[in-house]
Design a protein around this ligand. Structure first.
Ligand SMILES: Cc1cc2nc3c(=O)[nH]c(=O)nc-3n(C[C@H](O)[C@H](O)[C@H](O)COP(=O)(O)OP(=O)(O)OC[C@H]3O[C@@H](n4cnc5c(N)ncnc54)[C@H](O)[C@@H]3O)c2cc1C
Length: 499
């Protein structure tokens, strides 16, 4: 398209949703994607016919607009998957979400009594301030339970101690929960065997299938998605973007449009503006941090390895953080039914010792660990493996992120024709539904509406303590999907702390 009305940066869930929604409004666009496939962090990778996600991507949301879009695009290719996941800690497997009888028998009476005592002690002498994650969780669950079920896993994910993580990360995700409420919920919960916790949706060929279908539809419409096309520069005149400059191999191209929507990392967006923004803006961008991630898929010569979709590894003796069993997400992820493909997930930071390991070293580590965990009998059963690295998998919520993000947000808000959307686009530790909702609203803004994307908070709709009347009216308005409406808010909140 010679003169698209809108240029979209990034062909992940956010960028593609923006293009798709604009097309519905007869607004033309092109999408510029730097990598050779669409889907961003929600893509599906393939190795010798084995398919795997970057992590495992459940499709669940309370936002009915988003859910309708998934069904509109993939229809019967969306499957319902029964969910089983457990926590491995102290050589035992705990059901997750926690089930009181299973937890009690694994912990033993003595340990359970100590957990209760530690909880009572915290209730009597709580942390007077709740600035960091450790204080926040300990005040709600007691110190002992915090150490078993939060500390080790969270520190593996973030690579920093829990007392360096902002409390609002937990407050955003697990608001309204405490040990008392969790136990009451587990003991007396309504029959929810068909809720989003026990079952989730998933494209039968992995999440990438969704985004490849978006790509096909857009290309057919002439709203082309350009792969291997990285945005190198955004030229501006004052607070208006005039064009972006892309590099694709040796080719440098200039793309002009009326409006620009960006889902590339906000830090890079700011640094690629031309002329450059003032120094304090650049400094705020440099101060924002990310956590990286790598997955080591291993092909195992066993038809059925374990029944879980994934297992969290809390034991500090193992470096792996989570293990996915992609065959249990969809049988079509594995080409040979006699084999299993597991994804060993390692949280790391670019340049650290894990990140710098060679592929052979990572496969060796992952193989040793899965045998050490007792999930595979012997190394001989591991037939092959590969490695996928993901830069900027997680935006970090450290002590300074809020001030730095506010500086960028205030600056970018002054632009007349530039909107930022999505996970790294807004430095939000989000799921696909948040990225998609910001994209839908960005498209609406271009069509003349007026939404503040920085105020979009799909988490809040999970956690807000609605009154019964508010909840009823939201359901009636169709603002909450029917599946999600069945789910108690607390179940979802505990869920979201681990994605
Ligand atoms: C381990 C893990 C597990 C997850 N599990 C779930 C889950 O179960 N359910 C769920 O809903 N969500 C999950 N998520 C979150 C989900 O992956 C993200 O919410 C989603 O991918 C964000 O979409 P996005 O389009 O905003 O960003 P991204 O997916 O990051 O896409 C941004 C795109 O922009 C491109 N880009 C960047 N820079 C440039 C440039 N200069 N020029 C052109 N293109 C550029 C990138 O290549 C990328 O394709 C998980 C995330 C992780 C890390």
């Amino acid at each position: 398209m010679n003169n698209p009305e809108v240029v979209i940066i990034g062909g992940g869930p956010a960028g593609l949703t923006a293009a798709y929604e604009l097309a519905k409004k007869n607004i033309t666009s092109i999408t510029l994607e730097k990598s050779s496939q669409v889907g961003g962090i929600s893509r599906t990778e393939t190795y010798k016919g084995y398919r795997f996600d970057i992590g495992g991507h459940r499709f669940f949301t309370k936002v009915s607009e988003v859910q309708q879009l998934w069904h509109e695009v993939l229809a019967s290719d969306m499957i319902k998957v029964p969910r089983l996941s457990r926590i491995y800690y102290d050589s035992k497997f705990f059901s997750y979400p926690l089930e009181p009888y299973n937890a009690l028998s694994n912990l033993g009476l003595r340990n359970s009594a100590l957990i209760l005592a530690s909880y009572c002690k915290t209730k009597l002498f709580p942390h007077p301030v709740e600035d960091n994650l450790e204080q926040w969780v300990t005040n709600r669950f007691g110190r002992r339970l915090y150490r078993i079920f939060f500390k080790t896993y969270t520190e593996k994910v973030w690579g920093i101690e829990c007392d360096k993580i902002q409390a609002d990360w937990a407050a955003q995700r697990i608001k309204g929960l405490s040990l008392k409420k969790a136990v009451l919920n587990a003991l007396f919960k309504v029959n929810n065997t068909k809720t989003l916790i026990k079952e989730f949706e998933y494209p039968r060929l992995g999440p990438g299938m969704m985004w490849e279908r978006f790509q096909d539809i857009l290309n057919e419409q002439g709203n082309t998605v350009h792969l291997d096309t990285a945005v190198l520069r955004l030229d501006r005149e004052g607070k208006r973007i005039t064009n972006v400059v892309t590099g694709s191999g040796d080719r440098i191209t200039q793309h002009t449009a009326k409006d620009f929507v960006s889902s590339m990392p906000i830090t890079q967006l700011v640094q690629r503006l031309n002329p450059q923004p003032p120094d304090h803006i650049l400094q705020a961008a440099k101060n924002l941090k990310y956590r990286d991630f790598l997955i080591v898929p291993l092909i195992i010569d066993q038809p059925n390895l374990f029944p879980d979709n994934w297992i969290y590894i809390h034991s500090p003796h193992f470096r792996v953080g989570r293990i996915q069993n992609f065959k249990n997400w969809s049988p079509e992820m594995v080409p040979d039914p006699q084999k299993t493909c597991v994804g060993m997930e390692y949280f790391c930071s670019e340049g650290d010792e894990l990140w710098e390991k060679s592929e052979a070293e990572l496969i060796e580590l992952a193989s040793r660990e899965i045998v050490g965990l007792g999930l595979v009998d012997s190394l001989d059963q591991i037939k092959d493996g590969t490695t996928i690295r993901q830069h900027k998998a997680y935006p970090v919520y450290d002590g300074e992120y809020r001030q730095n993000l506010q500086v960028l947000q205030d600056y970018l808000k002054t632009f007349e024709n530039l909107q930022t959307i999505g996970r790294n686009g807004m430095h939000r530790y989000n799921n696909q539904d948040h990225s998609m909702l910001t994209a839908i609203l960005a498209a609406k803004n271009i069509a003349g509406e007026n939404h503040d994307l920085w105020n979009v908070n799909v988490e809040r709709s999970y956690h807000e303590d609605f009154t019964k009347e508010q909840w009823k009216s939201k359901k009636e308005q169709g603002a909450i999907s029917p599946e999600a409406a069945q789910l108690s808010q607390r179940e979802i909140s505990l869920e979201k702390v681990r994605d």
